[in-house]
Design a protein around this ligand. Structure first.
Ligand code: ARG
Length: 394
């Protein structure tokens, strides 16, 4: 192989991978780093990549594309894997796959590589993504192939090869972060009985340390897209970041879950997803006001399926794309405002309004303004219960 494009995070694994790919395949290694929301210093990244032997490095801020093409569809789908995890990491992987393919073509590379471990979901998402988009590309996963038996061996290899190790001070956790949330695993978290230590969290304050006074957020939606916060219009990425900050300070969006990985393992995962928690519930509330019962109930079934597809790395597939069309189909109506109250670990919707609302106070009220035809209810029940009359259940 002459050229390999490596998805490069700057950590110990991918830095060693640069050197290892060169040695093992005699290839030039082109690094690619996507910025999806983790704060990283590009010049540090560049320096490390070159020290490890990279031929070139592409560093690209892809937050906007990530928010538009990956987070927004997931918001519309109300995507939460197993009812909880809002899929932050899972949404980032197909984007990385897309760009690995793009850069490989541009560079005329025959292969792409990544630093995912051999027992996680991320390898599946990247590899299935790449193969769906370009089956001619070879894929190399150094972490599945190399012989380091421990981190110590890997550190020795790095030292021998002049790769600076001190910059990757070992956190006891494995962390993946982007603007939609943080995933934290390993270390003491592997014992599912242990409460996560406060130090495991990156972007949320503990609910006990949250301000005593609640705070209100007003989120404005236009055609399903969050466009304003507390009366100020702002771009989608900025809005996500702002909500992260505000809701994170109230300890909103911490999740602790045992999750079923695609590769068959159950794993204990900690997530922080303040923006996802607030925005998913805001969107659900508004949609609940503008859509009818049958649509809403049916959509819940599809959301479940959609979340599985995203989790399973099937982003670029026909069913996933068809479901996107379904979720997009009514977004025009999801226009209006939602009021969210933040207080100590909670984000609760306390108000909503929309020009497309089908909520009718005249029908709902118990006051004298009532316009519901109670007499029609009698006939409705006769017909509704007709098939069961006298059947006495089982
Ligand atoms: N379990 C989550 C997922 O499969 C998060 C994986 C995060 N990766 C990590 N290196 N911490 O989407």
């Amino acid at each position: 192989m002459k050229k390999i494009v490596l998805a490069y995070s700057g950590g110990l694994d991918t830095s060693c991978a640069v050197k290892w790919l060169q040695e093992r395949y005699g290839a030039e290694v082109i690094c690619f780093s996507a910025f999806l929301g983790e704060v990283k210093n590009p010049s540090v990244l560049r320096k490390r990549a070159f020290r490890a032997g990279a031929k070139r490095i592409y560093i690209e801020d892809l937050k906007k594309e990530f928010a538009r093409d990956f987070i927004l569809p997931a918001l519309w789908a109300h995507a939460r894997y197993e009812g909880k995890y809002p899929l932050a990491t899972a949404l980032g992987r197909p984007l990385i796959a897309r760009h690995l393919v793009r850069i490989a073509r541009k560079e005329g590379a025959e292969a792409v590589a990544h630093g995912c471990s051999g027992k996680g979901n991320d390898q599946v998402r990247i590899e299935v993504g790449v193969r769906t988009l370009d089956p001619r590309l070879k894929i190399v996963a150094p972490l599945r192939e190399w012989d380091f038996k421990s981190r110590e061996e890997e550190v020795d290899y790095a030292r021998e090869n002049g790769i600076p190790v001190e910059a990757t001070k070992k956190s006891p956790y494995s962390i993946d972060q982007n603007i939609w949330g943080v995933a934290i695993e390993a270390g003491i978290l592997e014992d599912p009985w242990q409460e996560p230590p406060e130090a495991a969290y990156r972007i949320t304050r503990s609910p006990e340390k949250a301000p005593r006074a609640p705070k209100y957020l007003v989120i404005e939606f236009e055609s399903g897209i969050p466009v304003g916060l507390n009366g100020r219009r702002m771009p989608w990425v900025e809005l996500i970041q702002k909500v992260t900050q505000l809701a994170g300070a109230y300890g909103v969006g911490r999740l602790d879950q045992i999750e079923n990985r695609l590769v068959g393992i159950k794993s204990r995962e900690i997530y922080e997803a303040p923006a996802a928690t607030v925005l998913l519930s805001a969107h659900e509330e508004l949609e609940g006001m503008v859509m009818d019962r049958e649509f809403l109930h049916y959509k819940r079934l599809l959301s479940e399926k959609y979340s599985e597809l995203v989790y399973y790395g099937l982003w670029f597939t026909p069913l996933k794309q068809a479901l996107d069309q379904f979720f997009q189909s009514n977004q025009k109506r999801v226009t209006g405002k939602v009021r969210i109250k933040l207080s100590r670990g909670e984000a609760v919707c306390v108000g909503r309004s929309s020009p497309y609302s089908v909520y009718s106070e005249r029908l709902a009220t118990y006051s004298e303004k009532d316009a519901f035809d109670r007499r029609a209810a009698e006939g409705f029940m006769k017909i509704w219960g007709l098939p069961y009359e006298g059947t006495k259940g089982n």
